[in-house]
Ligand binder design. Structure first.
Ligand code: ZN
Length: 105
């Protein structure tokens, strides 16, 4: 048995943020629906757009090692339901989708 996996501490993914077009391509690629799960409309806002629409979900320091998860945040224009997608996963899949498109696959 190897060493136990350690939780990342103070880990905030670096690098560029996905554009809205790249996120739409990602959602199409994974078969995600456009409609809001609460009110069924399909119009969303990226409220933090100047910063790539990215937010950081962070635990309070008193609960253990500082840990933050970067996420793309979207808000339903009708009912204001908040939707989050893990940035690290989307960014990785966007890279794969982009490479497939470049290879013509
Ligand atoms: Zn809604």
């Amino acid at each position: 048995m190897g060493e136990e996996a350690k939780l990342p501490t103070n880990e905030i993914p670096a690098g560029k943020d996905a554009t809205i077009d790249e996120m739409v391509a990602f959602f199409r690629g994974v078969g995600a629906k456009d409609e809001c799960p609460i009110c069924k409309t399909d119009e969303w806002t990226f409220p933090n757009r100047d910063y790539g629409g990215v937010v950081y979900l962070q635990n309070p320091p008193s609960t253990g090692p500082m840990m933050a998860v970067a996420a793309y945040l979207m808000i339903c224009n009708n009912c204001n339901f908040i939707r989050l997608h893990a940035k690290k996963v989307i960014d990785k899949k966007i890279k794969i989708i982009s490479e497939k498109v470049a290879d013509g696959k």
